[in-house]
Ligand binder design. Sequence first.
Ligand SMILES: Cc1cc2nc3c(=O)[nH]c(=O)nc-3n(C[C@H](O)[C@H](O)[C@H](O)COP(=O)(O)OP(=O)(O)OC[C@H]3O[C@@H](n4cnc5c(N)ncnc54)[C@H](O)[C@@H]3O)c2cc1C
Length: 383
Amino acid sequence: MVESSSFRPMLNEDHLVIYLNYNNRSIVFNDEDQTVTVGAMVQLGEFNAFLDQYNLSWEVNFSAHSASIAGIVSTNAGGERSKAASQVAYFDLIGGDGKEYRLYSDLEQTHSMFPKLGTATQGLLGLITSITIHVKPRFKETLSAMVKIPYDQVNLFVDKLRDSPYLIACEMMDHKCIKEVLDRQDDGMTLLIKWGSVNTLNLESEFEGLVNSFPDYVESMMVSDSVSSEEALWKSRHDLSDTLRHVAKQKNMAYIGYDLGIPKDSLSRVINELNHYISSQGGHLFVFGHSMQSKTHYTLHCNYMMKKINPQLLPRFIKDELSDFDIHFSTEHGGCGEKSFNDILFVISQQELKDILVLTRQYDPNDLFRRNFKQLLEENIKS
Ligand SMILES: Cc1cc2nc3c(=O)[nH]c(=O)nc-3n(C[C@H](O)[C@H](O)[C@H](O)COP(=O)(O)OP(=O)(O)OC[C@H]3O[C@@H](n4cnc5c(N)ncnc54)[C@H](O)[C@@H]3O)c2cc1C
């Protein structure tokens, strides 16, 4: 299962590099507790293919089919419905101290800004060897809809949607995204909604409730009536990231992205502030992402195009002007890469930095894993 070798690199005589190729790709279904145990290197695509065979599904799914499950768990990655932490029963890890641990996720942590024990560990504590994940029966029927909602009504509308046990996805795209991906001049936020059931899907009371509470918006709602029309509705969402990159290139502009957690009840105000600020700097902001990963925050990509980009512009604005709102950074992709670490420095407290260092030192006392990151931590802790 494990190939390993060690060698001294030419550039630095002090450091020993250990090359480990840990190739555990086993996948086992545990019938009695409806979990699946996977080896660390199993890829998302392989895992999904296995689940298909058993008519099963899990709540974290996205386009990076070659991402390993260990990578997904380590970054607390998330799909339309949930973050990895909420779907992982536990994972096994060999700590930097050589001991074996079984770690349990913090079900409440819905961002990936910084590690906690068992959540978003970001390769800092040791080597994950296997992961046990909760799985569910696959949906037999699904139905999707697209609807445009004024920004200040989004929260009310999404809350109403979330009353339904059948709701499985509610993605958001702001009016600028819709202009680029569908060439439509809209105001407000477009929601892409999906409901599903393992039995027959009956949405009569859901639609009745929506019509009673939001008659004007529901009137213009587009609803799928076949598998192909459902796929067509979702195409805009799936094409969006590539489309925006392409548009930036065409406009000869640089493009940068931030994964923000925006408190639900402040969505409209925060988007408004961000839009004004980025426009005043000569840029174009695009907001899109997930509404269901967290109870308290929408996890949104806030990406902008500008002729020349200063990566500190947006984090600094958030720190200086939007500090009244509890905005999270790096809700996806993990906050422990170098760029995202610099971003979270704008919002993280000294105590939180110290807590991370204590945690990593406890499990990896000799700094075997991601030593450079621990140096970054130390450099940013004021004595
Ligand atoms: C096209 C694309 C789309 C994406 N879409 C989404 C999305 O919708 N939502 C989202 O949340 N993320 C998304 N991501 C990010 C993705 O979830 C992460 O990049 C993924 O977790 C990376 O997996 P990897 O195997 O490449 O891990 P790596 O990039 O190799 O590692 C990621 C982290 O995990 C650690 N790690 C990996 N394996 C182990 C192990 N065995 N033991 C201990 N630590 C380990 C590494 O040290 C590192 O810190 C996307 C990425 C791509 C490329």
